[in-house]
Design a protein around this ligand. Structure first.
Ligand SMILES: [Zn+2]
Length: 209
């Protein structure tokens, strides 16, 4: 049976590398899905949406793959839960449409586990349990071809941002958007803040090339 990888894709460096890796290093069918995460507390969706579309156009020159988008719009400024749970919820809406055996791939990398809350969740298998429950929630038999095992290729390959930048074409790295707090310059063009955690990690990774 054909295997299709559902790549949850944000337009940031990690998920861009994951998409590029599956396209260039495997023969699996690929379905990339982007969620436009619209939080008033972190307005970065227009930059991420643009990055995703540019990267998809670029990567489709490597080989063809499916791409879809959805929108998650939060109308309040307070705590809105974890993005990774939103990813799973949306992945469960997309997965029944995949051809062949579907495998969900999430672009976590090891620095994500510097956060205590993520270590605790990993220890309690929160993500795996949630994915299992969501697969159970899919109307029978539409979820039967979906693997309950989530792929974490960046963790499995032990690859960090420095290695990703070294392996990706430069123009592709420049298309990614990882900043959490974009600022507009005088011409109204979005620029990374340079201060948030993703900005700092990527700057450090670029400096050590
Ligand atoms: Zn930033």
């Amino acid at each position: 049976m054909q295997k299709t990888i559902l790549v949850m894709f944000s337009g940031g460096l990690d998920s861009c590398y994951m998409l590029y890796y599956y396209l260039t290093q495997t023969d699996y069918a690929i379905h990339a899905h982007h969620i436009s995460l619209r939080y008033p507390s972190e307005p970065r969706w227009s930059e991420e949406d643009r990055a995703c579309r540019q990267i998809v156009e670029y990567c489709r020159q490597i080989r063809s793959f499916d791409y879809s988008e959805s929108r998650f719009d939060i109308g309040f400024k307070r705590y809105a839960g974890r993005d990774s749970d939103t990813q799973l919820l949306m992945a469960a809406q997309v997965a029944p449409n995949l051809r062949g055996r579907g495998h969900l791939a999430i672009g976590w990398e090891k620095s994500d586990f510097e956060l205590e809350v993520n270590r605790q969740r990993a220890k309690n298998k929160v993500t795996e349990n949630l994915w299992n429950a969501l697969c159970d929630s899919i109307d029978y038999p539409l979820g039967e071809h979906i693997s309950r095992t989530i792929l974490f290729p960046l963790i499995e390959m032990d690859i960090d941002k420095g290695k990703m930048i070294a392996a990706l074409p430069n123009e592709l790295v420049e298309m990614t958007w990882s900043c959490r707090r974009p600022r507009k310059d005088e011409s109204g063009i979005s620029q990374p803040c340079g201060k948030c955690k993703p900005c700092q990690t990527i700057r450090f990774a670029k400096m050590s090339q």
